[in-house]
Design a binder for this molecule. Structure first.
Ligand SMILES: CC(C)(COP(=O)(O)OP(=O)(O)OC[C@H]1O[C@@H](n2cnc3c(N)ncnc32)[C@H](O)[C@@H]1OP(=O)(O)O)[C@@H](O)C(=O)NCCC(=O)NCCS
Length: 377
């Protein structure tokens, strides 16, 4: 083989890089999702990023370009002075880029080029409103604010990984402890999320963490979102059964048995747009959590946590099982009062519970051991 034959295609190189920072399946499913969209993300680069980390930003943009992804890059939402010069500084470092007003974004994207948009307007509200309008018009569901820090960081604290705007006990105390610029940014993000008619998630991160933020479930930085609305159903007839089944099969990556729809449940909790669900069945002992699932594309955004809060509120007594190797088992451990490790059908499982008496554990384990699988493979 010649040296040339051994060279990797740039796209393979990028995919390998993405696999090294997360899980290859995760990176590929995000890639497919982003490629299907005309405007996959709106990215805002703060002044300090352009002034001090423009090389890292340019490297991100080149890698995204190799993958066929072009974000709408914006400037000046926080400090409007010099937004045009900042956009031009980036344009000088990346290929196929054009400095354009917001109105021309779609045409530039359609031509396979990278739009760089300086935002103008005397008031910060007006500039963020322009971002909201841009998101509404292009349908972008992801907005990323790049700063020097990898996320929102309270004074003397660690980076906050998730802010749920639907929970005042999440948002208000955080606002009070953030440095002034970050507090202003969070306030504006909250306004923006309310103004865009479709669902958006907003991340605050740094150029060094941008790819990890875009291509891994865990992300890197702070994710700001409005928590999912969770609806409780009491029977199959009340809900959209094919959608619930599709969601569970997507989440577990396996087909359910044909008779799954005939198995009665006590309650099914479904998050907005069937992005996640928890199914609880009755047993002789206590409510049993039979399924807990979030679609692959919605993972890591907090939908599981939204479901869990409602589930735990309504079920002071609950037990369930999880495969020991499932990464979520560590989190379950935090939510449970206790657990035992068991081998079921030759595989390692854990049985977990909340609110059970010590004398009830043996029955919980026995029920978990004899519950037949719902999947056909
Ligand atoms: C398990 C599952 C429902 C989590 O849904 P999700 O929407 O991604 O979860 P969230 O983003 O709300 O995260 C909830 C918590 O779990 C943690 N978590 C989520 N995915 C994780 C992972 N892969 N590894 C470790 N922790 C993880 C989050 O860090 C978060 O913890 P925190 O509240 O301390 O920050 C989802 O990954 C899934 O459907 N998996 C496949 C099906 C499955 O295995 N279900 C459970 C079988 S019993």
């Amino acid at each position: 083989m010649t040296a040339v034959d051994e060279r990797l295609d740039p796209k393979d190189l990028v995919l390998r890089f993405l696999a090294s920072i997360g899980r290859p399946r995760e990176a590929e499913s995000y890639l497919a999702l982003y490629r299907a969209r005309a405007a996959f993300a709106i990215v805002h680069a703060s002044d300090p990023v352009v002034a001090g980390a423009v090389d890292a930003l340019a490297a991100d943009l080149r890698l995204l370009d190799e993958l066929g992804l072009r974000p709408v890059l914006t400037f000046g939402a926080i400090d409007p002075g010099g937004a045009v010069a900042r956009a031009q500084a980036v344009a000088a470092r990346v290929a196929h880029a054009e400095v354009v007003p917001a109105a021309e974004v779609e045409a530039v994207l359609a031509a396979g080029r990278l739009p760089l948009v300086p935002l103008s307007g005397p008031a910060i509200d007006a500039r963020f409103d322009a971002l909201a309008t841009l998101a509404a018009r292009t349908g972008a569901e992801k907005l990323v604010f790049l700063g020097r820090r990898s996320g929102l960081q309270p004074r003397d604290g660690r980076v906050v990984s998730l802010v749920d705007l639907a929970r005042p006990d999440d948002y208000d105390p955080l606002l009070a402890t953030l440095p002034a610029r970050q507090a202003a940014l969070l306030r504006q993000i909250a306004r923006l999320v309310d103004r865009v008619p479709h669902r958006v998630t907003v991340s605050v991160t740094s150029p060094l963490d941008l790819l990890r933020e875009l291509f891994t479930v865990k992300g890197a930085g702070t994710l700001v979102r409005r928590g999912a609305r969770v609806t409780r159903y009491g029977s199959w007839a009340e809900l959209d059964a094919p959608r619930l089944i599709a969601l569970v099969e997507d989440a577990f990556g396996r087909p359910l048995r044909a008779d799954f729809r005939e198995r009665a449940f006590a309650s099914a909790y479904v998050a907005d747009d069937y992005r996640g669900a928890a199914i609880v069945t009755d047993t002789a002992l206590a409510p049993y959590l039979s399924k807990f699932a979030v679609t692959t594309v919605a993972r890591g955004e907090g939908v599981g946590g939204d479901l869990w809060r409602v589930l735990a509120d309504e079920h002071p007594r609950l037990f369930w099982r999880s495969r020991a190797e499932n990464p979520i088992t560590a989190w379950y451990r935090e939510q449970a009062d206790g657990l035992v490790k068991r081998t079921i059908d030759g595989s390692a499982w854990v049985v977990l519970w909340r609110g059970l008496e010590p004398t009830e554990i043996a029955l919980a384990v026995a029920i978990c051991e004899r519950t037949p699988p719902d999947f056909s493979t």
